[in-house]
Design a protein around this ligand. Structure first.
Ligand SMILES: Cc1cc2nc3c(=O)[nH]c(=O)nc-3n(C[C@H](O)[C@H](O)[C@H](O)COP(=O)(O)O)c2cc1C
Length: 346
């Protein structure tokens, strides 16, 4: 699958969206356009409970069939991070990702996620201790640690003090979401800082953020003047589950594969069936499906009336009738999501 001239392509972790059920259904229905890896949404180990039963189930290899999964940990203490990482190693994982990007107030107020970026010295001590552990030694556990980071909390130039910390350690890969915490997922990404980062680190760089179409990916590659080591797609790939094939085609100069409405419909049906069997109560199923359609609706032309109908549906049968009407009455944009219609609201 790995064309040597194309960067590695990753499915970003989206908590509450790309759970193990979503990932397994995506991997089985779109097996011809898989990402090279799916990053699992974070879990937060504690001293008493490094992993809950739910955390374990989310990443157990048998629950992640037919795909490469990279688990993610949210932590700001080496001890709990290592506890979680060791459990992952026991399951056979050889890479763990550290979340230094989550902007949620409940996370940052505890100094975790993007909140940890406020103190580069503490970050330095964290990595010093983690990389001193045998688990991360090439002669011991040989576990790889990748980092998913923002630029800082308030201003992009905070990254000038953060990147040198990363550069001191054998971080396997740096996944950069070039926004600060204050920006959440809104506003333009700071592509200038992506370029600066590429020029100032030798850590393999993965770019992320607002890459919704193959054109978005090729234009950031143009800005970099080179192909990055990897590209991570989040909201765009939830919206268009064939986006990886589109990006691969665009980067290798091949013809973009046509997006397939019937397959998107099967994806919807499989996710709806999964929600109905797993979630207790119609309200939860309805909520899950409304959340997913908020991503998919951008693929359809002239769908404003259907968007309102889906949003207003009060029961699951009403919602399913609205979804069927959308699929039967609206066309997908030509080359939907591949050419530039699928701009997301975040
Ligand atoms: C609903 C939602 C949940 C997210 N959950 C996580 C998460 O668990 N871990 C993480 O590192 N990033 C998380 N992110 C950030 C995404 O992985 C990604 O970095 C972000 O959406 C930007 O990429 P995109 O513009 O391609 O969507 C989340 C984003 C959203 C919108």
């Amino acid at each position: 699958m790995n064309d040597p001239i194309v960067p590695r392509l990753y499915f970003a972790p989206l908590e509450g969206v790309t759970d193990r059920f979503f990932r397994a259904i995506h991997a089985s229905l779109f097996s011809d356009c898989l990402p090279d890896a799916y990053f699992a949404p974070f879990f937060t180990p504690t001293q008493d409970t490094p992993m809950t039963d739910r955390d374990r189930a989310a990443v157990l290899p048998e629950n992640n069939p037919g795909m490469t999964t990279v688990p993610q940990i949210m932590s700001n203490t080496p001890g709990t991070f290592l506890l979680g990482a060791r459990m992952l190693a026991d399951m056979g994982y050889t890479e763990v990702n550290l979340n230094l990007g989550c902007p949620s107030g409940t996370v940052t107020s505890r100094g975790r996620g993007a909140g940890f970026l406020s103190d580069p010295d503490a970050l330095d001590r964290f990595f010093d201790e983690v990389f001193s552990d045998l688990l991360f030694s090439p002669y011991g556990g040989g576990m790889r640690l990748s980092v998913k980071t923002r630029l800082g909390l308030f201003a992009p130039d905070e990254f000038h003090d953060i990147l040198p910390v990363y550069n001191r350690y054998p971080i396997a890969e740096l996944i950069l979401h070039p926004r600060v915490r204050r920006e959440m997922y809104r506003g333009d990404v700071h592509t200038d800082m992506t370029v600066w980062t590429a020029q100032n680190t030798s850590i393999p760089l993965c770019i992320n953020g607002d890459l919704f179409t193959p054109e978005d990916v090729t234009s950031v590659c143009d800005a970099l003047g080179a192909l990055p080591h990897a590209v991570m797609l989040g909201r765009g790939a939830v919206s268009n589950p064939m986006l990886f094939a589109g990006v691969r085609a665009a980067l290798s100069g091949a013809k973009l594969p046509p997006i397939d409405k019937a397959r998107i419909y099967r994806f919807y049906e499989a996710l709806c069936e999964d929600a109905r069997t797993r979630l207790s109560g119609e309200r939860h199923v309805l909520f899950r499906m409304k959340e997913l359609f908020a991503y998919w609706i951008v693929l359809f032309a002239d769908a404003e009336h259907h968007r309102r109908r889906l949003r207003k549906a009060a029961t699951l049968p009403e919602f399913r009738a609205a979804a069927d009407a959308l699929f039967s009455e609206c066309d997908l944009y030509p080359d939907a999501g591949f050419i530039g219609n699928a701009k997301m609201n975040g």
